[in-house]
Write a protein that binds this ligand. Structure first.
Ligand SMILES: NC(=O)C1=CN([C@@H]2O[C@H](COP(=O)(O)OP(=O)(O)OC[C@H]3O[C@@H](n4cnc5c(N)ncnc54)[C@H](OP(=O)(O)O)[C@@H]3O)[C@@H](O)[C@H]2O)C=CC1
Ligand SMILES: O=C(O)[C@@H]1CCC=N1
Length: 279
């Protein structure tokens, strides 16, 4: 479904590119409807233009008045400067959508004009192939119409979940950072496969197909993950041995620690931002 809106990305890094890729590939927006800017890297803007046809405009020359949605896609530490730079330019009917870890809707609202419409979003880099798990939490002032619009836009990069903002740190730990855990797992799979004489390229395909198959089983079958695991585990068999080794080596604890670590960092980022002086 194509949308008749203009979107400006402030920030042209990995996450902005992943979203732009999904949005353009699905035809949700035409390249002419997307503008992207960054702090100073003009070469990067040209790269995104050449890859997706979107307009790259250097920050000083960027006018945001034509944007319906302004996506903040810089690192959290750069959020305040960026909010300050748009504060006096945006109108109440424009929506500011942040994909930044740890930046609350309250923080955005406090640093923009009173009544500004804001939405907090947490996508992941699988946006690149329209397979993101994306959370969305509306701010106080955003209209239902604009929440629906944002949802439609984000559906072009994958599945969208409307969640309470208090769950956003947890969601970040599971899904925003999540793909990295599976890549880390695969890095180890490849290493072990190589040590045992298998080509890395072959191991990568086999490992990825195994993750894909398991993911689809969980999405398409009724059984719980625990049941699906039991279905693979023969008494005294290979899986039992592998799972025992995982447990003996703190596998479950490591997964818990990873999610809680990311969640905790998301909370800390919010606290650090809150300490920044408000204009
Ligand atoms: N990467 C991921 O998997 C995910 C990231 N996020 C969030 O997305 C955000 C961006 O992450 P990521 O894309 O990885 O980061 P990158 O470092 O790849 O990109 C950051 C971008 O922000 C630009 N930038 C910095 N300050 C400003 C400014 N004041 N005005 C305009 N542009 C600015 C940089 O420009 P320049 O290069 O010119 O300095 C750069 O293009 C983060 O806040 C992160 O929390 C959320 C979900 C997943
Ligand atoms: O590492 C980060 O802080 C960002 C947010 C979620 C994924 N990457």
């Amino acid at each position: 479904m194509s949308l008749d809106i203009r979107v400006v990305f402030i920030g042209a890094g990995n996450m902005a590119e992943a979203m732009i890729s999904g949005i353009i590939k699905t035809g949700t927006l035409e390249p002419r409807q997307v503008i992207v800017t960054n702090r100073s890297n003009e070469e990067r803007l040209l790269e995104l233009h050449n890859r997706y046809g979107v307009q790259g405009i250097v920050r000083d020359k960027l006018k945001i008045e034509s944007a319906d949605i302004i996506v903040l896609a810089m690192k959290p530490k750069d959020a305040k400067v960026s909010l300050d730079s748009i504060k006096d330019q945006i109108r109440p009917d424009q929506v500011v959508m942040s994909v930044l870890a740890g930046i609350s809707t309250t923080f955005m609202e406090k640093n923009l004009q009173a009544g500004q419409q804001v939405i907090r979003v947490m996508p992941n880099t699988s946006s690149m192939i329209q397979e993101s798990a994306t959370a969305i939490s509306p701010g106080e002032n955003v209209t239902m119409k604009n929440v629906r619009l944002a949802k439609k836009l984000l559906q072009s990069i994958g599945k969208v979940y409307l969640i309470e903002e208090e769950q956003m740190d947890l969601f970040t730990g599971i899904a925003g950072s999540g793909p990295a855990y599976y890549y880390y797992l695969m890095e180890h799979v490849e290493k072990i496969a190589k040590e045992n004489g298998m080509e890395v390229s072959q191991a990568r395909e086999i490992g990825a197909q195994t993750i894909l198959g398991a993911a689809r089983m969980m999405l398409e079958r009724e059984e719980t993950p625990a049941q699906l695991r039991k279905n693979i585990t023969s008494k005294n068999g290979t899986t039992a041995s592998g799972l025992q080794a995982l447990a003996d080596n703190g596998g479950g604890d490591a997964i818990k620690a990873a999610i809680e670590g990311a969640m905790q960092r998301s909370k800390e980022i919010s606290e650090e931002l809150e300490k920044a002086p408000v204009n």
